[in-house]
Design a protein around this ligand. Structure first.
Ligand code: GLA
Length: 385
């Protein structure tokens, strides 16, 4: 947990002035993986781990930033053209500021201090939390009001143009729109969102970190994206109304899949079936049918492992162990893949046993110490008083 009082104290010592405080959360995706950039459906929730930004406006257009996590300071000037990607944490901060300005927000300079307890590279969207928290802070400190969806889009564009990952909208949108006690069913084409209550029931959402960082992620990610686009191109010969894989039903896919070369066929099969699973899962969650929800999560993992090929041995091991524990309704990898975390739906009464089994079983199999954490659904970006 971030000690917000000590963050504000550090800010005062560092900049010799008072600050306001803002936060944006990481997220865990319950189901609907790699569907967002195919204009499909996702079912994430914002979590109670977040990036906090202490900040105060300046009279000029300099943005000075100190990262507590990296113990590094940097700055840029909004009136001087950016140098583009540096390969540093500052890219996320500067990227979102410049993208907001491109969208017409006139920002003031600011002094910022950033501290986060979203683990890095663990598939819980530490980068979206950083982009959205700083974007939200800069807008608030500049007294600029924009549509929250625009903030999510600016943060996504920062990732595309400054970080170099062609990500979908799920992470940034969830960091902005998260709702305490709820998961969000997001239609990634229209951005229409349905809030689904979660957490008051007998199940909890447990996140297990494999402690394997997802380093391969961005190049493989961009490759998957191209494979999906290739699938759309080919399928359009038979289904000209299709704009994205979101428009392909499971039945249509089965009718035309033999026209697709491998691995494009399997990539498309994952997306088409995952969209269908996500819609079913949202209904199951809403109706409290957690067994059905869990079944869909296991199927999702299998599809990500075999068809989309974005899992890894450690994620598979973690899911395998979870599937053997009584009281685990569902388990799957979450986020981009190639490492990071699994998400598990566990009966509250079985939580102790779950933790014990994961800790001992995972360590035995991999020699790695897992990290387990119970996630509460939290609110999106806001000012903290
Ligand atoms: C990353 C991206 C998201 C999404 C997931 C996979 O987290 O940032 O846009 O594509 O991978 O579902």
């Amino acid at each position: 947990m971030i000690d917000t009082r000590s963050l504000l104290d550090s800010f005062r010592r560092f900049y010799d002035r008072e600050a306001r405080l803002f936060r944006a959360p990481g997220r865990v995706n319950l189901i609907g993986e790699h569907t967002d950039y195919n204009e499909g459906f996702v079912l994430p929730m914002a979590i109670d781990r977040a990036t906090f930004v202490a900040g105060a406006a300046r009279d000029d257009r300099r943005v000075r930033v100190h990262s507590v996590n990296f113990d590094e300071s940097a700055e840029f000037n909004l009136d001087v053209e950016g140098r583009g990607r540096r390969g540093l944490w500052l890219d996320y901060v500067e990227g979102v500021a410049r993208e907001l300005e491109k969208r017409g927000a006139r920002l003031r300079g600011a002094d910022l201090m950033i501290s986060s307890d979203v683990p890095l590279g663990a598939g819980l969207s530490s980068s979206a939390a950083l982009e959205v928290s700083t974007g939200f802070a800069l807008l608030s400190l500049s007294d600029v009001a924009i549509n929250p969806k625009e903030l999510a889009l600016a943060a996504q564009a920062a990732e595309h143009n400054y970080v170099g990952a062609q990500v979908g909208i799920m992470d940034q949108f969830t960091a902005v729109m998260g709702k305490r006690g709820h998961a969000l069913l997001i239609d990634c084409r229209s951005l229409e969102t349905t809030q689904i209550p979660i957490g008051a029931s007998e199940v909890v959402v447990a996140i297990c970190d494999t402690r394997v960082k997802h380093e391969l992620a961005s190049s493989e990610y961009n490759t998957r994206r191209r494979e999906c686009e290739r699938g759309v191109e080919i399928l359009r010969e038979w289904l000209p109304q299709v704009r994205a894989l979101r428009d392909v039903s499971v039945e249509d896919f089965e009718r035309y899949e033999n026209h697709l070369p491998e691995p494009v066929r399997r990539r498309c099969r994952h997306i088409v079936t995952e969209d269908a699973r996500t819609l079913l899962a949202a209904e199951a969650l809403r109706d409290g049918r957690t067994e059905e929800m869990g079944r869909l999560m296991f199927l999702s993992h299998k599809s990500l492992r075999d068809d989309y090929e974005v899992s890894c041995a450690e994620l598979d091991t973690m899911v395998e162990i979870a599937s053997g524990v009584k009281g685990v309704m569902g388990a799957r990898m979450t986020g981009g893949g190639f490492g990071g975390c699994t998400v598990n739906l566990v009966l509250r009464a079985s939580l102790d046993e779950f933790q014990k089994e994961i800790e001992s079983g995972y360590k035995r199999a991999t020699k790695l110490d897992p990290f387990i954490y119970i996630a509460e659904a939290s609110d999106g970006a806001k000012e903290v008083s």
